[in-house]
Design a protein around this ligand. Structure first.
Ligand code: TTP
Ligand code: MN
Ligand code: MN
Ligand code: MN
Length: 378
């Protein structure tokens, strides 16, 4: 930071993957506002605008102090005209009129409520809104055709929209460990996603599963799912098979965030028993007071299985944040003529795949300083 006219002026590199973004954020008022506009853009199929707001918010997240004056933002990357206008509005008037009117808008409120149903994306929500459906009651009354995911999403709506705590994530981790140990001893389970970045709550819990011997992981997911189902842990699951073949697929596509691992999107039934066994809640016995009280909650859980040879790429790709991942791929493509996915790193200059057995090696291949998970909260 250099001094200029007595206000602190910040210097920030332009790619989020060059920066250390912890969970400590001194500008939450500004970043919440920009994130809301990003969300609104994403829900309105304006992905480009969404990314622009996300990038702007991410820059503010690394500033060491609260922004109090527009002159402090001079020379910062990723702050476009629109984001600057929003920031200025907040600094001068305490709130952004655009953010406030978005929050109040019937369309935004409806999009939020409807996409809060697991299995419902922006497209479906938009179609329902055009049919005059704005809330869950109107949706239920209209007797829509729902797929299996959406039915589970509607049934467990309140639970799924309640944040998952770290304690709950750990309790689920123990169940997943137990399942994996039962069906393939020696297989390893790693907590990924937001909880690996140190977040204290999340919208779901994500796990990456591998085995130190290449090939032993083949066909593992259905076995894990069967075990979990037999023990009554799954309210919903959809498993997709691994479809990645390096030889057939060629270089990882730079701007794609889809991967082809064997994976399972699920809704877990987490009971008080598991939380207690994980040592998270006070030991207590069922009593008369429990009559009618629900002793479990539904939690969204994502499971991914990767072969050990791709583990480092899968770990990096599934740890997030989503913006951090996007920026890594943009850096690889635009600055290094490389192509990064959750499976591999392809060097377009040398026309070869670069191997890695750790995240550190991947950062090194990319010519980036290593950023640990807790500093990838862009
Ligand atoms: P999420 O679970 O969506 O996000 P998160 O864990 O960072 O935050 P939250 O607390 O809200 O759950 O995704 C985790 C990571 O997984 C994210 O970096 C993107 C990656 N991912 C893929 O690579 N492919 C996919 O299909 C999905 C859904 C996620
Ligand atoms: Mn997650
Ligand atoms: Mn997830
Ligand atoms: Mn690009």
């Amino acid at each position: 930071p250099t001094n200029e006219a007595e206000v602190e002026v910040f210097s920030v590199p332009s790619y989020a993957c060059q920066r250390r973004t912890t969970l400590e954020n001194r500008n939450t008022v500004l970043t919440d506002a920009l994130s809301l506009l990003a969300e609104n853009a994403e829900l309105s199929a304006e992905e480009g605008r969404g990314v622009a707001f996300r990038r702007a918010a991410a820059v503010l997240k690394v500033l060491p102090e609260p922004v109090t004056d527009m002159t402090q933002l001079r020379g910062l990357p990723c702050l476009g005209e629109h984001s600057l206008r929003v920031i200025k509005d907040i600094l001068e008037n305490g709130a952004s009129s655009e953010v406030e009117s978005t929050k109040q808008s019937e369309r935004f409120k409806a999009l939020k409520v409807l996409t809060g149903i697991f299995g419902v994306g922006a497209k479906t929500a938009d179609r329902w809104i055009r049919e005059g459906i704005h809330d869950l009651q109107q949706l239920k009354d209209s007797r829509p055709t729902l797929n299996r995911a959406q039915r589970a999403g509607l049934e467990h709506y309140d639970d799924i929209n309640q944040p998952v705590s770290k304690a709950e994530a750990d309790a689920i981790g123990q169940v997943v460990e137990e399942a994996v140990a039962a069906v393939l001893p020696g297989a390893q389970v790693t907590l990924i996603g937001g909880f690996r970045r140190g977040k204290l709550s999340g919208h779901d819990v994500d796990f990456l599963i591998t085995h130190p011997e290449e090939g032993r992981e083949v066909g593992l997911m259905p076995k894990i799912v069967s075990w979990l189902e037999s023990q009554g842990f799954l309210l919903y699951q959809k498993t997709t098979r691994n479809s990645y073949l390096e030889s057939e697929d060629g270089p990882a596509r730079p701007c794609s965030n889809m991967d082809r691992f064997e994976r399972c999107f699920s809704v877990f039934k987490l009971s008080e028993d598991e939380k207690r066994r994980a040592g998270q809640t006070q030991s207590r016995h069922a009593s008369a007071e429990d009559g009618g009280r629900k002793l479990w909650r539904a939690v969204r859980v994502d499971l991914v299985v990767s072969p050990i040879s791709q583990f480092a790429f899968a770990l990096l790709g599934w740890t997030g944040s989503k913006l951090f991942e996007r920026e890594l791929r943009r850096w690889a493509g635009h600055e290094k003529t490389m192509s990064l996915s959750s499976h591999a790193l392809y060097d377009g200059t040398q026309r070869t795949y670069l191997r890695a057995t750790s995240e550190e090696e991947i950062f090194a291949h990319l010519g980036l300083d290593y950023i640990p998970p807790s500093e990838r909260n862009a």
